[in-house]
Ligand binder design. Structure first.
Ligand SMILES: Nc1ncnc2c1ncn2[C@@H]1O[C@H](COP(=O)(O)OP(=O)(O)O)[C@@H](O)[C@H]1O
Ligand SMILES: [Mg+2]
Length: 253
């Protein structure tokens, strides 16, 4: 039975896609069977993992019920992925049925024995796509930048997860807040780390011990569609993502 992890934060640019990509390649490198699911209409994860989004089936076709989920999987050199493209953005208006929170869960259910980990990248919003991702997932990772604006909106995110837990998915739990693009040398980052720790105390949410440092190589690897492990194995952020993988596996997942 696959464990399903969603990487979510309604803010853009906090490292959701990068984290999903990095965990996919790291878990695959450890020998696990990994499926990445791109649930962001921007299709950044699909691009960074080398998936075709123009002429192939996407998660949109699957959610519409027009295609068996298996047929939307692409096997790239990085990992298996179900891609997305801009068509997915119409979901909010298009899917109005009363079971609409469960579309993704029902779609991924037949794949549960095929994979050890299903990793879901989510869009920068708390709409129906993100609610579908929460309804499907066992665990949530929340990447956050170490700047003060990151703290705004975090309450709405936790409230949305709580609501999904109450109404759609009692099994969901928070794996942790992950500080990304972190520069521990700046005073600002130190202050924000303190604030994040406070949030974590008041909401009873763990913060990963590992934080992800800023590295240009990470951006380059993604734009070249290379695995970060091959492209820059010694770069700080790549080492950090390896450590994050250890930390997650160490939690017994
Ligand atoms: N640790 C990092 N160091 C440097 N650049 C990063 C790092 N993490 C992410 N980036 C870059 O920051 C941008 C936003 O990251 P991304 O993962 O796309 O965020 P999101 O999916 O939350 O919008 C991308 O250009 C990405 O390559
Ligand atoms: Mg993204």
């Amino acid at each position: 039975m696959a464990k399903t992890i969603v990487v979510s934060n309604q803010k853009g640019g906090v490292g959701k896609t990068t984290t999903t990509n990095a965990l996919a390649v790291n878990l695959k490198a450890r020998g696990f069977r990994v499926l990445a699911v791109d649930l962001d209409p921007q299709g950044n994860l699909s691009f960074s993992m080398g998936a075709d989004t123009e002429n192939s089936a996407t998660i949109y076709d699957v959610l519409k019920g027009e295609l068996k989920t298996q047929f939307a999987i692409q096997r790239t050199t990085l990992a298996d992925i179900i891609p997305s493209n801009i068509l997915l953005s119409s979901v909010e208006l298009e899917f109005t049925g009363n079971e609409r929170e469960y579309l993704l869960k029902n779609a991924l259910h037949p794949l549960e024995s095929m994979y050890d980990y299903i990793l879901i990248d989510s869009p920068p919003a708390l709409g129906i796509l993100t609610v579908n991702a929460f309804t499907t997932s066992d665990y949530v990772i929340v990447p956050m930048l170490s700047d003060i604006f990151s703290l705004q909106g975090i309450t709405q995110l936790f409230e949305t997860i709580d609501r999904v837990k109450t109404f759609c998915n009692p099994n969901i739990s928070m794996l942790g807040i992950l500080l990304t693009k972190h520069n521990p040398r700046t005073r600002f980052s130190v202050e924000v780390k303190g604030t994040v720790d406070m949030i974590s105390d008041s909401y009873q949410i763990p913060v990963f011990e590992t934080f992800i440092r800023e590295s240009v190589a990470l951006r380059e690897a993604q734009s070249l569609q290379h695995s970060i492990l091959d492209y820059a194995p010694k770069c700080n952020a790549v080492i950090d993502y390896k450590n994050l993988t250890d930390e997650i596996l160490g939690k017994g997942l």
